[in-house]
Design a protein. Structure first.
Length: 464
């Protein structure tokens, strides 16, 4: 967790992935730092201080979600994104908005479990190796009627089960040591073994009961009855390398106390969870009367969650008052003041995100740590091709993206993804057969591939 980063450091970290949008970065950095400040307080005041939620306003594809997601990652905070309009759909009822909190907790549980599993990984791998050794050189008696996996591996001559019956214990232990050594040296990675592991797939009875309404309450059939049901085990024949992974996974799960993990996850969701509510402007009360009612209804349903309430989940009650909510919307038609006053008050920090310029597009193409051009270069490098984009080519791509956005729908930086895909489609297809170590993408290559499509509005609507 990097909660102790200063706002300046947080912005610096966000700069590695997101181009521009400095106001929004600043706001989220302060929000995160305030959490850290609150953690350092004691007693009543700590409980009184609630996070100041943020409303991000800006067109689609300019980095709103990306900023929030990166912030969460930076803080090791569980994060989910929901679309507010989802709750206006037919079939949704008031309490369904609570599912956002349940989803956040699920995310948190997954995070905590993964961390805990990672922390016991070396112990789990050791246990897995022990199981492999026993599997490859089984106990003398027990193996008499069983087909020895080791025998299958090596043709079963000197390790045949008949002979094993007569082998004294010391011999088994010395053979186990030898196998252990071979396993550790990675000499048996490709050999096939048959292992028996827990079946993770839900049983058909649970399948049938799914959707019977219990999930609405945050219940899950496997959780409700799973502990009473015998765990099914299934056999799989896999190479040693894969077997080790599967066995280590099972061993790690045994080593992690799942109640403790769940409790920690609930706490983490409560204290540092971030819920990103997109399209909040679409539930602002504007438009025809009948729609107004349901949109305002959704706002009233969301309100108690943002204000702070306790939601029942399968991991126990979860309190929402210290979660950070980031609402976002384009606000083309509606304004934040069209939301119900109580909800407006709960999102006091307002930031406008800037439209992206051609220069921003160029920077997005090349600068972020995960920049699109770097991604394509890495992919083609696996085929032994070093792809180089000239400055003019990057400029052209950015220009075309900008033009297509203006002439069709403005989808922001997302346009770069579709344009690059089209631009490099042929190259990606032919790459394995091209015997060139370096390929230069020039402005004229870009024009060649894209100009005709970009100039034709109808075509670009479909292709770019
Ligand atoms: N300023 C930016 N810097 C780097 N990448 C960006 C920027 N803006 C958008 N992107 C990229 O564009 C894509 C879409 O961005 P994002 O999901 O943040 O959009 P958004 O503003 O949240 O829009 P929406 O509300 O429609 O989801 C992402 O892949 C993101 O990496």
């Amino acid at each position: 967790m990097a909660l102790d980063l200063t706002p300046r450091q947080i912005v610096e970290q966000l700069d590695r992935y997101i181009v521009g949008q400095s106001k929004a970065k600043k706001s989220v950095a302060v929000a995160l730092r305030n959490r850290y400040r609150r953690m350092k307080l004691e007693g009543q005041l700590k409980e009184e201080i609630i996070p100041k939620n943020i409303m991000m306003m800006g067109p689609t594809g300019v980095g709103k979600t990306e900023i929030a997601r990166r912030l969460a990652k930076l803080a090791g905070a569980p994060f989910i994104k929901v679309e507010a309009t989802k709750y206006t759909e037919v079939g949704y009822v008031g309490r369904d908005v609570e599912s956002m909190v349940r989803d956040l907790v699920e995310m948190s549980v997954r995070m905590v479990r993964e961390e805990k599993m990672e922390s016991v990984r070396s112990q789990a791998e050791e246990e897995a190796n022990n199981r492999l050794v026993k599997l490859l050189v089984p106990e003398a008696k027990k193996s008499a009627s069983m087909k020895n996996p080791f025998e299958m591996l090596f043709g079963g001559d000197s390790y045949s089960s008949d002979q094993e019956d007569e082998k004294p214990d010391e011999e088994i232990s010395s053979r186990r040591n030898r196998i252990r050594h071979q396993l550790e040296m990675g000499e048996l990675e490709d050999h096939m073994v048959t292992i028996e592991i827990e079946d993770q797939s839900p049983s058909s009875m649970f399948d049938m009961l799914h959707g019977s309404g219990m999930e609405q309450m945050g219940m899950n059939m496997n959780d409700a009855f799973g502990s009473f049901m015998p765990k099914r085990r299934k056999k799989r024949r896999v190479p040693v390398a894969e077997a080790r992974k599967l066995l280590a996974q099972e061993e790690a799960a045994k080593l992690v106390d799942s109640d403790e993990a769940s409790q920690e996850a609930v706490q983490r969701a409560e204290q540092s969870g971030i819920i990103f509510i997109d399209e909040i402007d679409k539930i602002a009360a504007k438009g025809e009367q009948s729609a107004n009612v349901s949109r305002e209804g959704v706002q009233r349903d969301i309100l108690p969650i943002v204000e702070g309430s306790t939601i029942t989940t399968k991991y126990g009650p979860v309190r929402t008052e210290h979660m950070l909510f980031i609402a976002a919307g384009a606000f083309h038609m509606a304004k934040p003041s069209d939301l119900i006053p109580e909800l407006q008050g709960r999102f006091p920090i307002r930031v406008e995100l800037d439209k992206l310029s051609i220069e921003d597009f160029q920077r997005i193409l090349r600068e972020p740590s995960n920049a699109l051009l770097k991604q394509y270069a890495a992919l083609l490098e696996t085929e032994g091709i070093n792809i180089i984009f000239t400055d003019e080519a990057i400029e052209r791509i950015a220009q075309i993206a900008h033009e297509v956005n203006q002439e069709t729908d403005n989808i922001g930086a997302r346009r770069l993804h579709t344009i690059l895909e089209k631009l490099l489609e042929d190259l990606s297809f032919e790459a394995p057969d091209i015997h060139m170590s370096e390929i230069k993408i020039t402005a004229s290559y870009v024009d060649d591939k894209l100009n005709d499509i970009a100039r034709n509005k109808d075509l670009s609507r479909f292709i770019l």
